[in-house]
Design a protein around this ligand. Structure first.
Ligand code: TMP
Length: 213
């Protein structure tokens, strides 16, 4: 069976993480093996880098290099082997987050990010990029996301950014979605949890990923 690489994206507070359990259960019910992971993170090295990235102030190039270093280790050790075994890889964030946060949010040069993406995700033989098969983009207004985040837990470096930062990040996601319209599924994350799940099911069904039910 062919592997499936599914990512979840959106600004902090958009609610993507609360649907990962259900996604895992859905694919397991179809008899599929599921590797559940996240970025930055997913390996011991990448989790160490995650702590640095989320806690230390740094310039945007340093941040981008660390994010892509973490990604490289994650791809080589976890994502590619799981896909080669035919598994479903459920990954909480991937490179779209780098273009949205470091690129649009922090204003870092998207051309440099594209070069790093090519180095880290390019196949050695033909340069084809490893990309998710499907990206669920939880789209929520930055104001609503801030309300949801308020008081939830101690905010990390990004979560404590002002709402203007998240307006830029949200615009970055919208731009990525427009450029990869067949890969991206926009989920209206302002709806109730049940309605959000229904949108996810509908998107998977439209791609023949709901099994034979
Ligand atoms: P999480 O809280 O959804 O696990 O995401 C961790 C934070 O890291 C989130 O604020 C977004 C940020 N991030 C980046 O800035 N660049 C990236 O490439 C990734 C994957 C995450």
């Amino acid at each position: 069976m062919k592997g499936l690489f599914l990512t979840l994206e959106g600004i902090d507070g958009a609610g993507k993480s609360s649907h990962i359990d259900a996604l895992e259960a859905l694919f397991k019910a179809q008899g599929r093996q599921v590797t559940r992971t996240r970025e930055p993170g997913g390996t011991p090295i990448a989790e160490t880098l995650r702590t640095m990235i989320l806690t230390q102030p740094m310039d945007p190039l340093t941040e981008s290099l660390l994010v892509f270093a973490a990604r490289r280790d994650h791809i080589v050790r976890v994502i590619e082997p799981a896909l080669a075994r035919g598994e479903v890889v459920l990954c909480d964030r991937f490179t779209d987050a780098t273009f949205a946060y470091q690129g649009a949010g922090r204003g870092f040069d998207a051309a440099v990010l594209s070069t790093l993406e090519q180095w880290v995700q390019g196949r050695p033989d033909d340069g084809a990029l490893l990309q998710p098969d499907i990206t669920l983009w939880f789209d929520l207004s930055p104001e609503l996301a801030a309300e949801r985040l308020a008081g939830a837990r101690l905010p990390d470096k990004f979560e404590s950014q002002p709402v203007e930062f998240f307006r830029r990040v949200a615009a970055g996601y919208a731009q990525r979605a427009a450029a990869a319209a067949t890969r991206f599924v926009r989920i209206d994350a302002g709806q109730s949890r049940d309605q959000v799940w229904q949108q996810i099911e509908a998107a998977l069904a439209a791609r023949g990923l709901m099994g034979s039910r």
